[in-house]
Write a protein that binds this ligand. Structure first.
Ligand code: DX5
Ligand code: ZN
Length: 216
């Protein structure tokens, strides 16, 4: 499978969001990545359902919603109603992960678990077969534009082994500090989906940058 690109709207221009949504629609990108932060699980607050609904109205590609919130199970239905196609929740924020993943799927969304940089892959041993996506944080969540953590390559290969051992087709997604330089190495290590915020929206030609992240 060709790898997928998911631009993170956290770094978009919110005063002209529609233009950035249309740019992604017209680019080689595959998904929209939307970062929801609650100021509790992470030390930052971003946006919630009203913004996601606006993106849904204009987007022609799936919405990948990354919840950085405590007890994400409280809002599964709300995010479905706002337009999420893929919903990922943090291992560190979910006590009853198995139940929450089942609930996301029963609401007709793809379900994923996110791991913080310090959380080992082996916590997924008993749930990997139920997951459509595992999102590996390659920075500490909360902010765009941070430096990529190199240990992520080791985690990708451990996760790939776990997926192969269980004979499932879970996608490996990497989020944080993805650049044009490290994108080919991440895909070679086994990443299926690359999230990119600052690299895309901080560039002078985002369409061209997405093209470079997608084609190598
Ligand atoms: C960080 C978010 C990321 C962020 C990535 O907490 O989960 O999705 O937008 O931004 P960059 O690509 O700038 O590191
Ligand atoms: Zn994210």
């Amino acid at each position: 499978m060709d790898h997928l690109i998911a631009p993170s709207l956290l770094s978009a221009d919110f005063s002209n969001l529609k233009a950035d949504i249309e740019m992604v629609n017209n680019s080689d990108a595959d998904w929209f990545h939307l970062d929801v932060m609650d100021g509790m699980f992470v030390p930052n607050i971003s946006f919630g359902m009203p913004i996601i609904s606006v993106v849904k109205k204009y987007a022609t590609k799936p919405l990948d919603v990354h919840l950085m919130i405590l007890q994400p199970e409280r809002y599964i239905r709300n995010f479905k109603n706002a337009g999420a196609d893929i919903l990922t929740i943090h291992y560190e924020a979910s006590t009853h992960l198995h139940r929450s993943i089942a609930e996301i799927k029963s609401n007709d969304m793809k379900a994923g678990v996110v791991l913080n940089p310090h959380t080992p892959i082996n916590v997924l041993v008993d749930i990997i077969a139920d997951l459509d996506v595992v999102l590996l944080m390659s920075v500490n969540p909360g902010f765009g534009g941070q430096k990529f953590i190199e240990n992520t390559y080791t985690k990708i290969s451990k996760l790939k082994n776990l997926i192969e051992k269980n004979d499932c087709n879970t996608l490996i997604e990497v989020d944080g500090g993805v650049t044009i330089d490290n994108a080919p190495k991440l895909v070679e290590a086994g990443a299926d989906v690359l999230v990119a915020g600052n690299t895309v929206f901080g560039s002078s030609n985002p369409i061209h940058t997405i093209q470079k992240l997608k084609n190598f």
